[in-house]
Ligand binder design. Structure first.
Ligand SMILES: [Zn+2]
Length: 487
């Protein structure tokens, strides 16, 4: 077997044709980056990519390595060492994938993200990759190639994020997921084949209870919306759809007679849907379906003006999917005076953006509300499009529990036993806050369409040993699902 790996440059000759040419060498034997040999003479060719060439049996293999000469030389060395090891019977992982340098891979991958994800996502990935590369070359393992990173490297990176950068375990875990994804995509690995596991990313992370919006907040929010915005965010609230599920909603997914919205795949936008995510949810006829109908009519008029039909329910002005719904949500919350002014994001943005306003919270509110209304977990799981046996649905029981406990009269608990004198001051401010909330909700006129989200008056029984009970229900539910799956 011929294991020789050679470096070539793909350049455009004077006759306009592209050819693989040998790079010209300097006196010290190194490649002169912009010079190649054409018909025995060195010619200046700054254009074109470097390629590696080798034979696999009789088959010729060309592999692009990018614009940098040194990268090409390094890649050739790496491939030679790899093929030697393989020929000697040393167990090595197959690399029929582009053996890219971190620099080249990062560039390509971020371009990919830029074209296929939201701008916010791209920004996040770009920051993480930049930070990761800076760690790699300053105190990190100083690898040149993406394929060199091991699980241990990534765990060291995670530790560095927490101790040196000061990231919370959750943030560090999220960055680890992004880098793992970057490595997986570059090396063309499948899900679960990256250097780290999901478990690695969750070390030290405590599961946060989901945040939900309350009635008064929502009323104030919807009051600050334009009619079109109101329809958009009511769709979020009353379907529990994920961001991309709303983003890629088609008019054909709506059934005005039955009052339902469907989640379906949109291959044209690279929007795929897993079996359990494909679903139809019923929404209130009177308000949401009515508003959507108005939107459809308005859209029809707009389409006549533009001249191109648009299948998306909530497109941008140009008829493209709207990747800025989060930004819109934050802007409306700000306009409505709903920002907390205390969170980190509020402080950093001078009160313009608040971390307590985000799209997924509408979904959490929906899930919690269904449970509050007495829907069983299996139904709620289906409505939300969670994977069978997923723990995700149970998370929405958390805010519910607190609510129920408070209704049951936790404030009066032990009232006659404990002397509350010491806590009087705090108690007073709490009452004040409660009053403020009441005034707020009175000031905001209750809109009839929001009745859906109102909490029920019925008090739900709270048996002793709540957590033990949830565990039991959880277990029974899991068993039932396993059984169901077997069938
Ligand atoms: Zn805030």
């Amino acid at each position: 077997m011929n294991r020789r790996v050679s470096v070539w440059k793909y350049v455009r000759l004077k006759n306009g044709r592209w050819r693989y040419c040998k790079p010209a060498l300097a006196k010290n034997g190194k490649i002169r980056p912009d010079w190649v040999i054409v018909k025995g003479k060195a010619e200046h060719h700054p254009e074109g990519n470097f390629y590696l060439h080798r034979y696999d049996g009789a088959r010729e293999i060309w592999k692009r390595v990018g614009l940098n000469a040194q990268d090409a030389v390094d890649a050739a060395e790496f491939d030679t060492a790899y093929l030697d090891a393989k020929a000697k019977g040393v167990p090595v992982k197959p690399i029929d994938t582009p053996n890219l340098t971190i620099e080249a891979a990062a560039h390509g991958w971020l371009e990919d993200v830029k074209l296929s994800a939201r701008p916010e996502t791209h920004e996040l990935y770009e920051h993480t990759v930049r930070e990761f590369r800076s760690w790699n070359s300053n105190g990190g393992p100083r690898h040149r190639f993406v394929a060199e990173f091991t699980r241990l490297d990534l765990l060291t990176y995670r530790k560095w994020l927490i101790t040196d950068v000061g990231n919370a375990p959750r943030t560090a875990g999220n960055k680890l997921i992004r880098i793992n994804r970057f490595i997986r995509k570059t090396l063309k690995l499948r899900d679960g084949e990256g250097p780290i596991t999901v478990k690695d990313t969750k070390v030290g992370v405590t599961e946060r209870e989901p945040e939900v919006y309350d009635q008064a907040e929502l009323q104030q929010f919807f009051k600050a919306c334009t009619p079109e915005q109101s329809t958009l965010f009511k769709t979020f609230l009353l379907t529990g759809f994920r961001e991309d599920e709303v983003m890629f909603l088609y008019w054909s997914d709506l059934d005005f007679n039955r009052g339902t919205l469907r989640v379906t795949a949109k291959p044209e936008f690279d929007f795929t849907v897993k079996d359990y995510e494909e679903r139809t949810v019923a929404v209130p006829h009177d308000n949401l379906m009515g508003e959507l109908y108005k939107l459809k009519q308005w859209n029809f008029i707009r389409q006549l003006k533009i001249g191109t039909p648009c299948r998306l329910v909530f497109p941008t002005a140009g008829g493209k999917p709207n990747y800025h719904m989060l930004r819109l949500c934050k802007r409306i919350a700000h306009r409505a005076g709903l920002n907390c002014e205390e969170c980190e994001t509020c402080v950093r943005s001078d009160g313009k953006e608040c971390e307590h306003w985000f799209l997924h919270k509408f979904r959490a509110t929906y899930g919690t509300e269904l449970l509050r209304k007495g829907y069983d977990i299996a139904t709620v799981r289906k409505q939300l499009g969670h994977k069978p046996g997923s723990e995700a649905t149970f998370r929405y029981l958390a805010p519910l529990q607190i609510d129920v406990v408070r209704k049951k009269g936790i404030d009066d608990l032990f009232g006659s036993v404990v002397d509350w004198e010491l806590g009087k001051e705090r108690g007073a401010s709490q009452t004040e806050r409660a009053e403020k909330v009441t005034v707020k909700s009175e000031a905001a006129e209750p809109e009839p369409e929001n009745q859906e989200a109102e909490s029920p008056d019925v008090r739900q029984p709270v048996p002793e040993g709540i957590s033990a009970m949830w565990k039991e229900i959880h277990e029974a539910f899991r068993k039932a699902e396993v059984k169901h799956k077997k069938k």
